[in-house]
Design a binder for this molecule. Structure first.
Ligand SMILES: *Cc1c(COP(=O)(O)O)cnc(C)c1O
Length: 428
């Protein structure tokens, strides 16, 4: 499509957008009486209007039936995690038995590392990206220490080349190959939270396996943002949250994926709880843990019904929109933002860190404004733009970024156009 830098053009694509009606299914926060330009779906996605009625159904069931809600009503609580499986499987490209909603993201990362990071004297290293999200860094460091190793020896961080901001797949591949003999685990994010780079999950997984390591992904910024194929790419395990691109509310239940090649291996060490125990025997209260088949066997506790119901509400919206259609719109929408930024600003005023190849990114563009970033960001906030500011993740010499994530479910081309107008004003 040939883009034009005019409001009429933006409105014309909006009018022809097959997903345009989905915006009406969300509550759009307001600023001084007007709808905000909301670009932080990468941090907290907006609330679907139907979430309240999903929640209310569970509140009514609880109010009227009390404990019997576990086995009665439209969605008995005993089976609650199962109701999200089909939807989640489509989002991450998995079999329903490979996915389960449970806990929170960082908890799931720890739980799955218990099973899939099994270091020994020969193989103890983890390869990850430099500047990973802090929670992931803390999780990796503490896991390494828990096993009696020193993070300085055990964690290899792949950094961009000097003068570059994004990682080259070839550098990730060679880091894996160079450490092959000592490598226990490769753990990357799917989409990098700071740069917005979408990593080559297929190649990283293949290379990790060739080196004799297991491979896991943190898909916090990828789930619901880019198409994923965890099963076909033979990823060993993955975790993600649902409050970013999957709009299921702050602190909502997270997700986990365990590939079917591992899911029924009851020999795998794991930290167990009663909800991972064989369903038929769960209430027999017997000694001896017998895991459920598939990812369900990693559950600890009974389902977090109130946040899982918010997930069901948002998965229903995502399912009706369809990941394929969302991706088509997303590529155009982010492409339009990139086009407008390049039309409007010279490179010395504004740099886009995120790769310009659409296969290497999701919705988000990370923008750095040499010198004036933070002040410009504040001015945007005053004008009803909701974006976010991130301090440098690789330390000295690097600038902070404004992250802008137009999402295909509720953002319009018009939003993107007006945003760039406001940015130009804020910078002048
Ligand atoms: C958002 C995010 C988290 C947040 O972890 P929680 O356990 O949900 O608080 C962790 N890692 C990455 C990469 C994220 O983007």
């Amino acid at each position: 499509m040939e883009f034009k830098n005019t409001l009429d053009f933006a409105k014309l694509i909006d009018a022809n957008d097959p997903l345009r009606s989905f915006r009406d299914e969300f509550h759009i926060p307001r600023h001084e009486g007007k709808e905000t330009l909301y670009f932080t779906g990468n941090s907290l996605g907006l609330q679907p209007k139907q979430t309240a009625s999903y929640l209310n159904e569970e509140l009514i069931l609880w109010k009227e039936r009390g404990v019997d809600g576990h086995f009665e009503g439209k969605r008995p609580w005993f089976h609650y995690h199962k109701f999200a499986k089909e939807g989640l499987a489509k989002i991450v490209g998995a079999l329903p038995e490979e996915v389960v909603p449970m806990n929170s993201l960082t908890t799931n990362l720890h739980l799955l590392m218990v099973s899939f990071y099994r270091p020994n004297k020969q193989r103890f290293k983890i390869i990850t990206e430099a500047g990973a999200f802090p929670s992931d860094q803390y999780a990796l460091e503490s896991q390494v220490r828990f096993h009696g190793f020193d993070p300085k020896d055990a964690i290899i961080e792949v950094a961009p080349r000097k003068g570059e901001t994004i990682l080259r797949t070839e550098n990730i591949v060679s880091a894996i190959e160079e450490n092959a003999k000592e490598l226990a685990l490769v753990l990357f994010s799917g989409v990098q939270y700071f740069t917005g780079q979408l990593f080559d999950i297929k190649t990283i997984t293949k290379t990790g396996h060739k080196a004799g390591a297991l491979v896991g992904f943190d898909l916090a910024h990828a789930a619901g943002n880019v198409p994923l194929h965890l099963h076909d790419h033979e990823v060993d395990f993955a975790v993600w949250c649902h409050y970013k691109y999957l709009n299921s509310g702050p602190g909502s239940v997270a997700g986990a994926f365990v590939h079917s090649k591992h899911g029924n291996n009851s020999e795998l060490p794991r930290f167990a709880g009663w909800w991972g125990h064989s369903e038929e025997e769960r209430f027999l209260m017997k000694k001896g843990f017998k895991p459920m088949q598939g990812a369900d066997g990693w559950q600890l506790s009974n389902a977090n019904v109130l946040t899982t119901t918010a997930l069901l509400a948002s998965l229903d919206v995502a399912d009706r929109a369809g990941m394929d259609r969302m991706r088509i719109k997303s590529e155009l929408l982010t492409g339009y933002l990139e086009f407008l930024l390049k039309e409007t600003f010279s490179e010395d005023k504004l740099k886009i860190l995120t790769p310009s190849i659409k296969e290497e990114r999701g919705c988000q563009l990370s923008i750095s404004l040499p010198g004036s970033g933070r002040a410009v960001f504040e001015k945007l906030l005053e004008n009803g733009v909701v974006a976010d500011w991130r301090e440098p993740n690789l330390g000295e010499g690097q600038a902070g970024v404004i992250r802008v994530a137009p999402t295909p479910l509720y953002n319009r081309f018009e939003d993107v156009y007006v945003f760039v107008q406001l940015l130009e004003k804020a910078m002048s």
